[in-house]
Write a protein that binds this ligand. Structure first.
Ligand code: ADE
Ligand code: ZN
Length: 326
């Protein structure tokens, strides 16, 4: 079997996808029109041309601007449904989807509108596509811990519609320990815990995500390879890293895809997975990430199997259900 065919066809779980980062320019324009929201770009093409990033912050500025067209429950449903159909096409059978409620509640959109729209799409994905999908609520780390607590309070009436919490947005200057108390509260509530760490930020942020936030997975984590002791810890404790190669390329974390350290992470025995992060902005969904990364770095069929297996192992599906994916 040809390797690209294997990569496309193998069943996989996607564990690092920001639903607002799946909003394609065409849908941004459509929602802007139907909601009467002004956007500072004349056309889909002009918007796409603005997707030239130099670092995480340069991306986040345009990503939050894009999300400003989301107003109604239907908008949130349509965005998530478009992603889930694409995921089905990539043989994603399980998706754990991040959403950023503060981006919306700050504009006057109700928490209920956000969660219900996204959750309805997840339910429909199970019944119509056979894709199992769950939501993970992310706190914006450039905002305060107090605001994270308020967001948690607003979401708790819909506690049954999300399985965990995460931490995203501008990393450097906003270390995990800033959110230690709110993560402790989420832990008491039985929520799964993940956090972005070591995307642009130092290995120290991965250490504190593990030891102070007690996260079960690290999102990105690619800077860990700068700290041999941290690499041993991640391997020993089987902490999954949700790696996003095309994101790292587009945000200039690595100068070229050939320079990506995915192989180094796997060789060190880490439970790395491949994911898309913000596919509408970074030029590819999960299969594009697999295909381009394997092409650039010469990974093998054995490593493809390992990555797919890791994605299920690292997922939050119950242990009994995991067996059927092995
Ligand atoms: N929000 C959306 N994508 C992100 C990323 N790659 N890092 C941090 N926050 C994000
Ligand atoms: Zn991310």
């Amino acid at each position: 079997q040809r390797l690209p065919e294997l990569l496309r066809r193998m069943p996989k779980a996607e564990l690092h996808i920001h639903i607002e980062g799946s909003l394609e320019p065409e849908l941004i324009f459509e929602m802007a029109r139907r909601n009467g929201v002004a956007i500072p770009y004349a056309s889909v093409e002009e918007l796409r041309r603005a997707y030239a990033f130099t670092n995480l912050q340069s991306f986040l500025d345009i990503y939050y601007a894009g999300a400003s067209v989301l107003i109604t429950e239907r908008d949130f449903f349509d965005m998530a449904w478009a992603y889930l159909e694409k995921a089905r096409g990539d043989n994603v059978v399980r998706a754990e989807i991040f959403f950023d409620p503060q981006t919306h509640t700050a504009r006057g959109v109700e928490m209920e509108t956000v969660i219900n729209g996204l959750h309805r799409a997840c339910e429909k994905a199970q019944t119509d596509l056979g894709v199992s999908a769950s939501l993970i609520l992310c706190f914006l780390r450039h905002l305060s811990e107090e605001e994270a607590f308020e967001t948690l309070e607003q979401a708790l009436p819909w506690r049954d519609k999300f399985i965990g919490v995460g931490l995203d947005s501008s990393e450097v200057g906003h270390p995990p320990e800033k959110f230690a108390r709110v993560f402790a509260r989420c832990r008491e509530l039985g929520l799964h815990l993940v956090a972005h760490a070591g995307e642009e930020g130092p290995p120290a942020y991965v250490w504190t995500a593990l030891d102070l936030l007690k996260v079960e997975r690290v999102d990105h984590g690619v800077q860990s390879s700068k700290d041999p002791q941290l690499m041993r810890r991640l391997a020993q404790d089987r902490i999954p890293l949700t790696v996003c190669p095309l994101s790292n390329l587009k945000l200039c974390v690595f100068p070229k895809l050939q320079d990506h350290n995915l192989r180094q992470l796997l060789d060190a025995g880490l439970m790395a997975t491949v994911n898309s992060d913000d596919p509408a902005y970074f030029g590819g969904y999960v299969n594009d990430n697999f295909l381009q990364t394997f092409e650039a770095t010469g990974l093998s069929a054995q490593q493809a199997w390992q990555l797919a297996n890791n994605s299920f192992e690292a997922s939050f599906i119950p242990a009994q259900e995991k067996r059927k994916y092995r």
